[in-house]
Design a protein around this ligand. Structure first.
Ligand code: SF4
Length: 296
């Protein structure tokens, strides 16, 4: 299942790219800017600001959707059923359904529309969510893209069993891997994941023929200190083959979506990280012979 196709992107890999966002992630990073990507199922989103109170959503499921006394609606998410019926119900687009099942052929039709723009270094970037958590259709898509000579980058947290990574090597031109932290306790607290799984996979991936770009999200109160970032740079130095290292400064672009999903945004009251705050990290990396870029 995907939740977005973004065209003509110049981020997340070289050249002009089509970004395909898969739904479902094994992690729940507190700063995640795509909270709708975390569930493997459809997600119902409600934007109070767009609601005109036409009430069409109440007709779909009057148990799960109730009107509030402040002219809005409330979703009892545990009572939602036949959630797909909400897809086209709201003409003011206050209520939208995130998630769309697309076959490999349907995805290829979308991708082919952008092909004239790829030139020699553009292509497709698979993102999410966690693309590596997808089933066999992911590998089927990768094989078809390889046959069509369309380049593929993949954004991943590597928080999956190794066989899910290994099946994609040879079909992905560059793995854009998030390295978030090295400390198991902090990683667990802020992402609900196991850092050892990520580090073991990263070592194995950089020992393979794959091209690996490491991206460090710089997050306040999580890893935004010289000690924590320099530890990660020192770890990168021990890896066999890393093509590039990028720093991704924390931003708050996804905050409104948490409200639309009735999800708790655990990073509230944190300021965005400015590029100038990254100077000591870039300097440290440089002193160790690593050039770091800011951004995707
Ligand atoms: S790994 Fe990415 S998609 Fe998954 S929760 Fe973290 S930031 Fe969100």
């Amino acid at each position: 299942m995907i939740f977005n196709v973004q065209r003509y992107s110049t981020h997340d890999g070289e050249g002009i790219r089509t970004l395909i966002f898969y739904k479902g992630c094994p992690l729940n990073c507190h700063w995640c800017s795509n909270p709708e990507s975390q569930s493997f199922d459809y997600s119902l989103m409600y934007d109070r600001k767009l609601c005109k109170n036409f009430g069409d959503c109440l007709k779909v499921n009057g148990t799960a959707i109730t009107q509030t006394e402040h002219n809005g609606i409330q979703i009892q998410r545990e009572s939602l059923s036949n959630i797909e019926n909400f897809r086209e119900v709201c003409i003011s687009k206050a209520m939208t359904l995130s998630g769309e099942k697309k076959s490999v052929d349907e995805l290829l039709i979308e991708i082919e529309k952008d092909r004239p723009f790829y030139r020699e270094n553009g292509g497709v970037t698979l993102s999410g969510g966690e693309p590596l958590s997808q089933g066999d259709e992911l590998v089927a898509l990768l094989k078809r893209l390889k046959m069509k000579k369309i380049g593929v980058n993949m954004e991943t947290s590597l928080h999956v069993k190794w066989n899910r990574v290994a099946r994609c090597i040879g079909y992905v031109d560059a793995f854009l891997v998030d390295l978030k932290h090295l400390d198991s306790r902090k990683f667990r607290t802020y992402t609900n994941g196991d850092v050892k799984l990520v580090m073991d996979n990263l070592v194995r991936l950089t020992n393979s023929e794959a091209n690996v770009v490491i991206r460090i999200p710089v997050i306040p109160d999580f890893n935004h200190t010289e000690k924590e970032i320099s530890n990660m740079i020192d770890f990168i130095l021990t890896l066999k083959k890393v093509k590039e290292v990028h720093l991704l400064p924390y931003h708050t672009f996804g905050v409104e979506k948490y409200k639309m999903l009735d999800m708790d945004y655990k990073m509230s009251n944190r300021k965005q990280v400015e590029d100038r705050e990254l100077a000591p990290y870039i300097q440290y990396a440089k002193s160790k012979g690593i050039e770091i870029k800011i951004g995707g």
